[in-house]
Design a binder for this molecule. Structure first.
Ligand SMILES: [Zn+2]
Length: 240
């Protein structure tokens, strides 16, 4: 029977029967894969411990008729335990894997895989703070999915920025001519932070005060919810 190997990050798991689990993974080369891990809910299953959410593993699978079966898993990054130790990191990671799960419904991509693994690694190392890491991940993941926001030029007519009005339904910043009356206005500092999160300018992002971060988080959450349609359940648990 056909066997294949890949690197994978675990997005979620669900129980199957007495001892098994269905593991949903974003893989490096095969997009999103749902596969069965047998016997992992028995105590002391090292195999199972490598297939918890947020873990990155080198997995071997064989193709089943309905679901593939995971036959081996070697840990490549045990971010799960480090992330679960810290509640803000845990809620941020939960929102990331749920977003990756929704964005890669049809097919995954190497870019999405690398972005997610990089963000989880960064969270586990507490590099930039959970909130900034999550907001940056969301903006970049949506950009890769074809919904790149603009926080410079007008999202509608392209007029040179920066502009103070932001309309998530249009794609970000809009100029005064394009902004509908009553469009929400943001501080220039908030717009600058959003731009930094999108490009990964951490030095600038980390220099911003909490109030600016809170405003940016509100925009990122609205932008994410707008594009993903259904609400992200885990985003509700992120402290805002
Ligand atoms: Zn315009």
């Amino acid at each position: 029977m056909p066997v294949y190997r890949d690197e994978a990050v675990v997005l979620r798991t669900q129980k199957l029967g007495e001892a098994d689990r269905i593991v949903t993974m974003l893989t490096r080369q095969h997009g999103k894969v749902r596969a069965v891990a047998k016997g992992v809910r028995r105590t002391a299953s090292k195999f199972g411990a490598r297939l918890e959410p947020f873990m990155v593993a080198d997995v071997q699978l064989y193709e089943g008729r309905t679901l593939d079966i995971i036959t081996q898993a070697e840990s490549l990054g045990s971010y799960g335990a480090l992330i679960a130790d810290d509640y803000p990191s845990y809620t941020a990671a939960s929102a990331m894997v749920e977003t990756a799960d929704k964005l890669t419904e049809a097919e995954g991509s190497l870019q999405q895989y690398l972005l997610l693994v990089g963000a989880l690694r960064s969270l586990s190392r507490r590099e930039h703070g959970a909130g900034l890491t999550l907001d940056s991940y969301l903006l970049r993941a949506l950009s890769m999915a074809g919904w790149a926001p603009s926080f410079e030029d007008c999202s509608r007519c392209g007029a040179k920025g920066s502009h103070s009005a932001v309309v998530v339904q249009v794609g970000g910043s809009v100029c005064d001519d394009c902004a509908a009356p009553g469009s929400p206005r943001l501080d220039p500092a908030t717009i600058a932070l959003l731009a930094s999160l999108l490009t990964g300018d951490w030095e600038h992002a980390q220099s911003t005060p909490d109030q600016t971060r809170a405003q940016a988080t509100g925009i990122v959450a609205a932008y994410t919810q707008w594009h993903l349609g259904r609400g992200l359940r885990s985003l509700e648990h992120v402290s805002r």
